[in-house]
Every structure is written in C-alpha cells, then in structure tokens.
Design a protein around this ligand. Sequence first.
Ligand code: GLU
Length: 477
Amino acid sequence: MVRVRLAPSPTGTLHIGTARTAVFNWLYARHEQGSFLLRIEDTDKERSKPEFTTNILEGLTWLGIDWDEDPVVQSERIDQHQAAIQELLDQGLAYRCYASEAELEAMREAQKAANQAPRYDNRHRNLTAQQVAAYQAEGREAVVRFRIDDNRDIHWRDLVRGPMHWRGADLGGDMVIARRAPADQIGDPLYNLVVVVDDAAMAISHVIRGEDHIANTAKQLLLYEALGLPVPTFAHAPLILNAEGRKLSKRDGVTSISDFKNMGYTPEAIANYMTLLGWSVPDGMDERFNLNQAAGVFSFERVNKAGARFDWDKLNWLNAQVLHSLSGDALLEQLCPLWAAQGWPIQAERDWMLELTSLLGPSLTLLNDGVDQARPFFEQPPLEADAEQQLAMEGAKTALSHLSDALQAQSWDGKDKERAQSLLGDAAKAAGVKKGVLMKSLRAALLGRLQGPDLLTTWSLLAQIGEDLPRLRRCLG
Ligand code: GLU
C-alpha cells in the first residue's frame, strides 16, 4: 500500500517548490491508488503561523490537490519524539553534549583557520561520569547528539537518482537531535529525528521530496536503523532553477502559489506546469493535461535528475491555452470577481457580459489581462497620443461628425451590423474620406487608442449601453 506525504513547514506561504513536491506526491499516490497525506511541520514555534497553514491548505485545494486523512500536526506529537530520543539515550546511541556556543564557535574558527570543513569534532562523545557531573554542577545546559560513525557507508536506491552512496564522515559529526535544555530534560526535538519518527508512525512507504534533502536522507537512514523502524523508499525530485541555471529564489519574482493566483494564472495551468517541472510526458502525450490525466501515466522513470528550468514563456503559453479553451460562461465566471473588484457594474445584462467576454477571450494570456482590456467598456478611456494624431487627420473629424449626426437622428442599438456598415459608408462618403480612415478614427474615439479588438463588435457593445455617441461627441469638442 503506497502512502506518501507532503510535510510543509507553516513558516511562509505555499512556495512553488513545495507545490511541485505536492504535485509529484499526489500524482504518485493517485497512480498507485495509494494515500496522499499531509503533515504540518510546525515545530519552529517562533516562525510557524496558523495563517500560513491556511494559505498552504488553500493553495493545495486551489491547485486541485486533495488529501486523504486529517493533516497530522507535528507539534502535537512531541511526546513521541522525546520518547524516541530517550530510547536513543538509553541505548547509548545518543548522548548529551555540554559544549557551549562559545566553545563551538572557537572550534569552527580553528577549523576555518586550518582550511578544514566545519564539523562537530565529537568532543563530548565519551565524557566520564566525573566530567558530566562537573558540567552539571556549572549549571550548563545540553543538546542531545546522535552518534554518527565516520566509517559508515550509507547506501540507498533513489527512485529518481538510482544508487546513492554517502559517507558517515561527510555528515558533519554527531548530529544534534534535541535543542539545548537543562541537563535533566530533553529540549525541543529537531527536524531529522521528528521526520523519521513521524514518517514511521504514519506508515509512509515513499518519501518524495526535493533534492536539497539528500544529505538529510543519509542522516535519517541512520536514525531508522537506530530506532529499528521500517525504512521507506526515497525519491528526490530535481531543484527548480531560474533562467540562469541557479536555484530559483525570491529574487526571481516567483514565490508563492498565491502570487501566481494574483497575477492571473489559472490553477489548471499552474498544476500542469508544476508537473512538467522535472517530469516529461510519455511519447505521444500532449504537454497540456490535467492532473488526473498525468496521474494515469505518472512514474519516476520520467522524472529527470537534472534541475528543471523555470520557463515563463511556457507557463504563459499553457495559461493562454487554458483560458482560450474555457466556455464563455466559465471565463465570465472567472472574470466577474476581477471586474467587481474594479467597482464595475457586473450586474449588467448577461448577454452583454458574455459578448464582451468572447470578444476579449482569445487575446488573453493572463486572467488579469481581462481587466485592462475590459476597462474601456466600463470607463471612458483617456485619449492617447496616437488616437489624438488619428483624429487630427484630414477629414477624420468631419466623418465622425457625420456619423454623430446620423446617430443623433436615430441611434444604433448595436444589433444590426448591416446598419452599422451603411452608417459608416454614408458618413465616409459625405466627408469625402476612405471608409478605412473613418474606422480608424472611430476606434480612436471609442477606445482612446488605435489598438484593440474587432471594431464593429466594440462599437456594438458600447452602442448597447449608449456609450458610443458621448465618446464621439467628446472628440468633436
Ligand atoms: N518540513 C520539511 C520542508 O518543508 C519537510 C521535508 C521532508 O519532506 O522531509 O522542507
């Protein structure tokens, strides 16, 4: 039975790297008909905040990722963590280290001066009872350290990276598993220890996480062994890189899933793109898919070892594809909240709103483009320089003035496009200009600029709400 988990720390909003890990876990669980679980790793009391937990759960739900059991809250399991530490102490596999921060700092300085890699030199590994008593009499606090034998060879078979090998000597010396506390107590248990205890308690079969955890995996394997717990299978997904090939960071302007949402990306496009960050589709499968389709074919064989470059163009392309494939009703439903936030009257006639949506839809890349592009339909736009220039062309205003007179006599209701054409033809003829000149000028008058969607539909929409004539008049001064 496959049981996987996402173990986010609620010290920030749902980050793109965590979201990608979530997607891989979810895809694997669904492909194997197993369970996808959540564990909130909130043991960092200062930095963990309930609003981050909310953000993470909402972000996953927004992406279409569901989980199978109530999330496990790590801080509620501290008794089990401390019991495991006590067990290691009792077996002599862990010990209390009384070295002070100042002593450890001096040790690191000496290593640096000697050009050695920083590591704990295991100085308190074999204290005599007398030494311990002396430190305790001084009132020193102690961390708990787990013994790591420098001569150990640690091996595992990674589902993405194949056979892995790590040397005990490269793990930085005996590892702290509990923070400093008075010597008769066990301080706050630390990450590597709690992850092992919790993954075993949750019967996790596969640990799927980012490549930055590989060194932790080596340490955790030693803890599984020491605690006599069953060892899960590991899969380390490649890092997400920026365009320069470095680890993606806040400086790249990409942080959390809620940022993508606010920028106007759809959950479908983000989920699709996250999957492609490190996984490649089998031959013959389209790169556009939904999570269920990907779950049908997901395997770690198609997860790459090399880092995955974040490609905005591809994400934008996917987002545009998703938006263009939505029905008018579905797109309108997504646009309405954005329009409402601008204070625009979205209670307007539904047919009008749908027509506006289908006019703008094909040119949208981001949902938010639908705000800028809809603006001139809800607010009278200022005249931009190129529009002013067009209106200053010979005959332009005369033609608009003929059109305005005709509309004054009998306004166009925006429905009969034949009538619009003949109104344009007549006004151009009366002013002695080409119809093209009038059309360009009409666009300038209606939209305040020369770029925009189909002119007749634009005019029709504005005519239906009685907004065409006032905009013509404004240009005629
Ligand atoms: N809380 C850890 C993190 O967010 C979990 C790592 C793991 O999956 O073991 O990086």
